[in-house]
Structure formats: C-alpha cells, structure tokens
Design a binder for this molecule. Structure first.
Ligand SMILES: [Mg+2]
Length: 305
C-alpha cells in the first residue's frame, strides 16, 4: 500500500530557524524511498521557492517549489477554480501576490470582486481601502484563519485571522477562511499528490503539531493524522479536543525507520508511551488515546466580567 504524506512545517520540521532533531533524516528517508510528500503550510507570506531556500539554510537540500503547498497557492487555486472573472485587492506579502499573479488574477483597487487578506504587514491606509472595497460589495477572502503565529518560544505576531477580524468588525461582513483546517486545502493538496503519482496512492497521512488546523482538517477530509509533540501541542492538551489524531509521535524522527523499511512500526514504541507501560503492565494500550487524561479538572471560569 503506497502512502503519501502531507507535512506541516513550523513545529514539525523546524522551530525558530532550527531544524527539529531527526527531521533532516526523516526527509532524506522520504526522498530515498521515493515516498510522495508535500509540505503544507498556512503561512501565505513566503513563496514555495522562499521555503526551499529556508530549508536549505537549515541543512535540508534537494527541495524544489513543487514540494510546498501554501495557503496562498490554495487561495489562488480557489479563485481560479470558482470564479474565472475574479479581481482582487490584496493585503499580503510576496507569496500571496506571486500566487495570484501566476494564476493571472488581476488586481483592482477600485471595484474588486474580492478583498484577499494574507499574512504579513499592512498599513492603516490599505486597511481603509479594503474596508471601502468591501462596503462597495467586494467579498472578504482570507488565506488562513490563524489569529497569531509563533515567532519564538515566548513571542508571537498577529496573523491573517487578526487582520480579517479587523475588517469583519469594521464592515459587519463575514470572511471566508481558506488554509488549514478548511477541507479545500486538504482536497487540493491531495489532488496535487495524486496527479504526480498517477493516482497510485492508497493512503494519505497528515503530520502536524496543531490540533485545530492539522489534526482537525485531516479528520474532516477523511485522512489519517499523526500528531507530533515538537510544536504547539503537549500530551496533556490532546484530550481537550473532540477530534483525535490517528497516532501521537514524539517527533517525525519516530517515522524514519518505518519509511525506510516500508513496514508500519509498532505505533506504541514511541518514547511518548514509555511512562504508560510500566513493569508488569500489558505492553501497549488498546487505543492511542487511552492514556490521555480526558477528565482533568479545569479551572473555573470567572463568575463575573
Ligand atoms: Mg505547525
């Protein structure tokens, strides 16, 4: 059975400009075994070429633009598929502008059919312009719903979701959010992989570190999902969610051997589960989620504002 992987980047492959230990070997294993894969990111600011260079600086060679699918590409795919006459006023950076340009979607600052909001810096002047366009009937389309994005372990920056929230508040119009967890992102990424491999893939797996985007989106798109604990989610948090990952791994390094040998590993061999399998206990739990503390006490919310 041939498996293809969709792989989130931040918190899975790198963190703060450093590769996660074992990530380079994991990517090498994918390449040497000819395993189809695609990096799937909600960051609409960089182009695929920017991302390939970024990985190269971190020590991962051999990536080309075709290995990346960003929410900016997803937005350009969405507009060219659903509205061939679309025109846009854009708040966003190079990755989004390039993706729209590649799809020959024209800019229009007077009467666009869509205001498209992506990641990155903007000005009050452009926000005002976008507000006016929406008031004149432009629809509000956003590359991804992230309100904030990690910059370092103790620092974040505002995301496209926050910029969109500003325009939702000022215009009273609701935005439509592409990117993960929107099924359209998963559907298009899956189609891209299927096209390359001439529909030889039988199994699609999403690997990610965020429950609300990676794991939720994969679940809703009918795909398997592997959660890694090298990013935004800790083991204690997993039980808070209604949707659950198919597997939980300490990091992508847990998959390297499995990809090289082609045999599915014992999913409970991950170091994550060492604590749960003490001496005398039956090795392995029935379900991947059995050792989550599903009923941990939660702090009471404040009674009044
Ligand atoms: Mg991530």
């Amino acid at each position: 059975m041939r498996t293809a992987y969709l792989i989130d980047m931040d918190g899975v492959v790198y963190r703060e400009n450093h590769l996660i230990p074992g990530a380079a070997e994991f990517i090498e294993a994918l390449q040497s075994t000819n395993t189809p894969f695609l990096f799937l990111t909600n960051n609409s600011a960089p182009t695929p070429a920017d991302l390939a260079v970024r990985l190269k600086h971190m020590g991962v060679d051999g990536m080309s633009s075709q290995h990346f699918y960003t929410s900016a590409l997803n937005t350009a795919d969405f507009l060219s598929e659903t509205d061939p006459n679309s025109t846009v006023f854009v708040i966003g950076e190079g990755g989004l502008l390039a993706a729209l340009h590649e799809r020959k979607i024209p800019s229009d600052a007077i009467s666009p059919r869509y205001v498209v909001v992506g990641e990155g810096a903007t000005t009050m002047e452009r926000l005002t312009k976008a507000h006016e366009c929406i008031e004149r009937s432009a629809r509000l389309l956003v590359t991804n719903p992230d309100n904030w994005c990690p910059v370092s372990s103790d620092k974040t920056r505002p995301g496209a979701g926050a910029t969109a929230a500003y325009l939702e508040a000022s215009t009273g119009r609701r935005a439509y959010y592409l990117g993960k967890p929107n099924g359209y992102m998963f559907h298009r990424a899956r189609r891209k992989l299927a096209d390359w491999t001439l529909n030889e893939i039988h199994n699609f797996v999403m690997i990610g570190d965020t429950m609300e985007t990676d794991i939720r989106g994969a679940f809703e798109a009918g795909m398997q999902s592997f959660l890694v604990l090298t990013g935004s989610t800790s083991m204690q948090d997993v039980g808070d969610y209604v949707y659950q990952p198919t597997r939980v791994l300490q990091s992508v390094a847990d998959l390297t051997e499995e990809i090289k040998t082609g045999r599915a590993g014992d999913r409970l061999n991950s170091p994550v589960f060492n604590a749960a399998t003490g001496p005398g206990s039956k090795s392995g739990l029935r379900h991947q989620t059995d050792n989550f503390t599903l009923h941990k006490p939660r702090p009471r919310p404040a009674m009044t504002k």
